[in-house]
Design a protein around this ligand. Structure first.
Ligand code: PLP
Length: 398
């Protein structure tokens, strides 16, 4: 293989050719401002409405006006949580989970410092949430619940309907971070007790720098970005027109391909998973296998550094990820895997492979050929492995 073999689609995806073609005129000759009165601008405004309809269809929203365009998933998450807090200023309690993306987790940690009480719901060893624990956490002081649809590291999908019913029964608003779920599994918000929901275009073959926030009709919403009257006064700022047009095109493609992609991609993922589990002794899957996104495989290799695997894979042109946040030169063990109670000798060895509509069987086979020798080589070098083999208790405690 002489080009990039890309298995990092939960980090970002390639822009679909159809999406690029749809965007191009809005980066060149169709540069009008959608808020202008003249036709050159208002034609662009109409194109934005088409994109709003395309995104509403992907989410199964009842009304395109429930869609607010944002700059990214992080903005959507921040705007949703801030808006709900502003709408209920007397309430000082937030319920979320220990496995959220930093876009929710970082904001909630910040709010905790500002005096809000946060309940951080745990997960079991499969990465699954217990709805009964959620029910016990809710109180009269709860301003909102924010829970992700699917985990970016493990792909584990939470039971959003059951969660929503519990939260709704207490009259509390629910925000869902669906950044990893959108475009991969059907969402159908219309039939769900979900009030706000965040998505981001670059996770489903749209461009970077554009996202959307679904706000159910009737939910009190105060803008996060205060300025002009764009987005019906719910988000100030001249719209990222080309980005929004691209997001609309990507949403339409995703709606169209959803079923076929789910089947094909999950078959490829399973082929990868079965082969790697068989060819790499001391490997295991992180996360509930039956309740995962179709494209995600998070594998741990015991006693091995996941980052070392990534570096050697990179030399073969294969892009994957540890899934967790890395800072210059040192990597934090994943907060998601720690919340799942993954033992220390498996924790550092996590590698996430995430596939897409464009992943081929040849690419899967290429990864299947390249990973086992790398794992074998690193296993032979690993001090952890040697200690562990002599005295398994020595590393299990570390
Ligand atoms: N939420 C989840 C679950 C994510 O995976 C990501 C990105 O990886 C985000 C939020 C943030 O999205 P963005 O990169 O568009 O800000």
């Amino acid at each position: 293989m002489d080009s990039v073999v890309y298995f990092d689609n939960n980090a970002t995806t390639r822009i679909a050719p159809e999406v690029l073609a749809a965007m191009q005129p809005y980066l060149t000759e169709l540069y009008g401002n959608p808020s202008s009165i003249h036709r050159f601008g208002s034609d662009v405004g109409r194109k934005l409405q088409q994109a709003r309809e395309q995104v509403a269809t992907l989410l199964g929203a009842a009304d395109p006006l429930e869609i607010i365009f944002t700059s990214c998933g992080t903005e959507g998450d921040n705007a949703a949580i801030r808006a709900l807090l502003e709408a209920r200023p007397d309430k000082r309690h937030i319920v979320t989970t220990q496995v959220e993306h930093p876009a929710v987790m970082g904001l909630c940690q910040h709010l905790e410092k500002k005096g809000y009480r946060i309940t951080w719901l745990g997960v079991d060893s499969d990465g699954m949430l217990d709805p009964k624990e959620l029910k016990r956490a809710l109180s009269d002081d709860t301003a909102l619940v924010s829970i992700m649809w699917a985990n970016n590291e493990t792909g584990v999908v939470f039971p959003i309907k059951a969660i929503g019913e519990i939260v709704k029964a207490r009259g509390i608003p629910l925000h869902v971070d669906a950044v990893q779920a959108a475009g991969k599994v059907a969402l159908n918000v219309r039939g769900l007790p979900v009030d706000l929901l965040t998505i981001s275009a670059h996770k489903f073959h749209g461009p970077k720098g554009v996202g959307a926030l679904y706000v159910r009709r009737g939910i009190a919403f105060r803008p996060f970005l205060i300025g002009g009257h764009q987005e019906r006064g719910r988000r100030g700022g001249t719209e990222n027109v080309a980005g929004i047009v691209g997001m609309g095109a990507a949403a339409e493609l995703a709606s169209h391909h959803m079923e076929a992609d789910e089947t094909r991609v999950s078959e490829l993922r399973d082929r990868l998973e079965e082969s790697l589990l068989e060819s790499c002794p001391n490997s295991k899957v992180n996360g509930a296998r039956e309740k995962r996104l179709p494209n995600t495989l998070n594998l741990s290799f015991k006693y091995i550094e996941g980052e070392a695997v990534l570096v050697l894979l990179d030399q073969q042109g294969i892009c994957a990820s540890t899934g967790s946040a890395c800072t210059a030169g040192s990597s934090e063990p994943s907060h998601v895997l720690r919340a799942m109670g993954v033992p220390p000798d498996w924790l550092q060895g996590a590698v996430r492979f995430s596939l897409s509509r464009y992943t081929t069987a040849e690419e899967v086979d290429f990864v299947n050929q390249n990973v086992p020798p790398i794992v074998k080589r690193l296993g032979g070098l690993s001090a952890l492995g040697k200690i562990g083999k002599k005295n398994p208790a020595a590393t299990a405690a570390g």
